[in-house]
Every structure is written in structure tokens, then in C-alpha cells.
Design a protein around this ligand. Structure first.
Ligand SMILES: *Cc1c(COP(=O)(O)O)cnc(C)c1O
Length: 364
């Protein structure tokens, strides 16, 4: 039985009767940029997330870059974040001319170790960028308190956690700005690239819009160096259809994770949900000292699996000159032992049993 990491084909089969006519209608309407579906999606996403402003852009990377620019990040500034994440969390800091400061992670949640953040604050620190890794919300209240005390901004990287709940709010709605991605593998995904920035702050919202459209407040008048970063009409159509299913799909991911937890108990370290928020299992990630052996057995059996992330950011070549001396023991240990298993909202119970069975044979 071949099992992919994420079964987009099954999802497409389920949604095509709704998506295809909506896409065809948008093609015929010929408003490809800044069209009615983009505006409607922004309004629906803002309502869903419970924020005043949702501003779409071309990718999750752009959402982070534009958010960091909007808070005035520049040369000489530092941003505290994690090295156990996708590169865009920190590359966007460098794109602003600033420096990422990597703090180690908690060995069970894989999120920033909240006990180590305060010691990393310096007079140059401008922001903290927590990543809700694999869909588990970071416990943000202590970080918000640190930000208030030290005059910092809190920018959430919610690329993997859209739809997760924390403190009665949706992921991305708690910090000064929340950034998410609609890359095809994300929990809410487009059929191409897309991104979104969430904020309750009117002034920041205006700044985000200006930066995403060539630094222009008035057409053909450019106030600051901006970007051409837009969500297109076709992606907006698709996202509107899928947003309606997001909570249901995230419920399915939680149910699948529970089933995995039961079937893999005792074989590997199953994911730990700290209970501060509601996890949406963007990835279902286990730990094992025999990770490489499990990966080989699964791959040989036609079951996809993946190491997110094999090389933490402080060990990446692009950061060798600036961060080569940094050591993050927990991050490094988790990177050696982690393995993400297939998780799709449409993954079936018999497939989960099969995956657990293959792993069981490999480990006993
Ligand atoms: C996917 C991702 C991004 C970047 O999003 P893109 O839409 O691919 O640009 C940023 N941060 C994290 C944690 C991600 O998983």
C-alpha cells in the first residue's frame, strides 16, 4: 500500500465539484489581480481568525518579510527565534539587514524554550518570532509579557498552524502580526503560492498593505521601498472553498494523531501536546534513536515519511559565517531523532494501522 505524506489527490477528488465551477467563473470574470474573491477571502479569513485586518500576499515568506519591514526591522537589529524551523523564518530577518538570534527548543514540543528567551534579549532586540511548529501553538502569554516589558514586537510564524487555537484566539491572532502560508502542503492550502498577514492594529495594517504594493499609498507615488506581493484571484477562489472545511480537516488531523498515539505507544516517542493551545498536527512527528532504520523500512514499504528538519538553521551553510559558533543541544538532538509520518485529513484508519504495523515489525 503506497501512502503519500499528504494526499492532495484525495482532497481534490472531494472538492473538485465545488472548486472547478468557481475557478471557471473567476477565469471568465477576468479580474485576475485585486478581484472580488481576494477581497472576500481577506474578509472571511479575518472573521475566521477573529482579527480586524487580514492582508493577503504572495507567500508565507513574503508575509514574514513584510511584517518584519512593517515593524521597522533593519540593520543592527536582532530578532529572537528558533533554529528548528523552515529557513524563511530567519532568512526574512536577514533580508531586512537584521540578525536572527537562535534560542534552543523544548525537547517535547519542539517549540522555543520559553525559559531561554529572556536571557537572549539585548538592547538591539526588536522582535520575537515564535514558530508554532508542526501546528502546535507556542505558549505566547509569557512571550507577550516579555515583549511588553522590553518594548519588543511579537510576530507569529503561523505558517504551520492556521486554525489552531490559543487563549481563545486563532493562531496568528495573538501577536502584533501573525503570518501564515498557503503553500500546497499547509493546513489551509492553495494550488500554488499564497500568504496572509493578520493584525488588529490599524496602523500596522495600513503599513502592511503599502509594503505589499510597491510601497505605494497613492497610485504611482512610492513612499517606501516595497514589494509586488499579491494573492491572485484564482488562489483566492480555491482558498474560499477550502477555508470552509479547515476546522473539519483540522479535527480529522487531531483524530488521526490520537489514533497514531495509541498504535505507536511504546514503539517511539509520540508527539507531546502541551495543552496550552489546540494542536492542528500540520505534521505528526515522532522521536526515535532508530530514526534512520524506521525511515528506511517505511520507504521500502512505499510509505512516505520525512525528516523536518534535518539541518537546523544555525548549521546551514548560509549561516556558517554568522552563526557557526552557536550550539543548540536540544535542537541538534531532535534533528537527529525526528521523523514525520503521513498525515492527511483523509488518511484512513486502515492506512494508519498499516503504517503502525510496518513500524512495529521494524522495531521488534
Ligand atoms: C512554509 C513555511 C514558511 C514559508 O511559507 P511559503 O509560503 O512557502 O513562503 C515560513 N515558515 C514556516 C514555519 C513554514 O513552514
Amino acid at each position: 500500500m503506497n501512502i503519500p505524506m499528504l494526499d492532495l489527490k484525495a482532497e481534490y477528488a472531494l472538492l473538485r465539484d465545488e472548486i472547478e465551477p468557481a475557478v471557471v467563473a473567476a477565469l471568465a470574470a477576468c479580474q485576475y489581480i485585486g478581484g472580488p474573491n481576494v477581497k472576500a477571502f481577506e474578509a472571511e479569513a479575518a472573521t475566521y481568525a477573529g482579527v480586524k485586518h487580514a492582508i493577503s500576499c504572495a507567500s508565507g515568506t513574503d508575509a514574514l518579510l513584510i511584517a518584519l519591514r512593517a515593524i521597522g526591522l533593519g540593520p543592527g537589529d536582532e530578532v529572537i527565534t528558533t533554529a528548528f524551523t523552515f529557513v524563511a523564518t530567519a532568512s526574512t530577518v536577514v533580508m531586512c539587514g537584521a540578525t536572527p538570534v537562535f534560542v534552543d527548543i523544548d525537547s517535547r514540543t519542539f517549540n522555543l524554550d520559553l525559559n531561554q528567551v529572556e536571557a537572549a534579549i539585548t538592547p538591539r532586540t526588536k522582535a520575537i518570532v515564535p514558530v508554532h511548529l508542526f501546528g502546535q501553538p507556542v505558549h505566547l502569554a509569557p512571550l507577550k509579557a516579555l515583549c511588553a516589558e522590553h518594548g519588543l514586537k511579537l510576530i507569529e510564524d503561523a505558517a504551520q498552524s492556521f486554525g489552531a487555537d490559543y487563549a481563545g484566539r486563532k493562531s496568528g491572532a495573538y501577536g502584533d502580526i501573525g503570518c501564515t502560508s498557503f503553500y500546497p502542503s499547509k493546513n489551509l492550502s492553495a494550488f500554488g503560492d499564497g500568504g496572509l498577514m493578520l493584525t488588529d492594529d490599524d496602523q500596522l495594517a495600513a503599513e502592511l498593505r503599502v509594503l505589499a504594493s510597491h510601497g505605494s499609498r497613492v497610485r504611482y507615488h512610492h513612499h517606501v521601498l516595497g514589494y509586488n506581493s499579491r494573492l491572485d484571484e484564482i488562489q483566492a477562489v480555491i482558498l474560499r472553498v477550502k477555508l470552509k472545511r479547515l476546522d473539519h480537516f483540522n479535527d480529522r488531523r487531531r483524530a488521526i494523531a490520537e489514533s497514531y498515539n495509541v498504535q505507536l505507544a511504546g514503539l517511539v516517542e509520540t508527539p507531546f501536546a502541551d495543552g496550552y493551545g489546540r494542536h492542528v498536527y500540520h505534521q505528526y512527528t515522532i522521536l526515535s534513536d532508530r530514526r534512520d532504520a524506521i525511515q528506511k523500512v517505511l520507504t521500502d514499504a512505499g510509505i512516505a515519511c520525512a525528516v523536518y528538519y534535518p539541518v537546523p538553521l544555525h548549521r546551514q551553510e548560509m549561516f556558517a559565517a554568522t552563526h557557526g559558533q552557536v550550539t543548540l543541544p536540544v535542537t541538534e538532538s531532535v534533528a537527529r531523532r525526528c521523523l514525520s509520518l503521513p498525515i492527511s485529513p483523509l488518511l484512513r484508519e486502515d492506512q494508519i494501522r498499516h503504517i503502525a504495523g510496518v513500524m512495529g515489525q521494524a522495531l521488534t
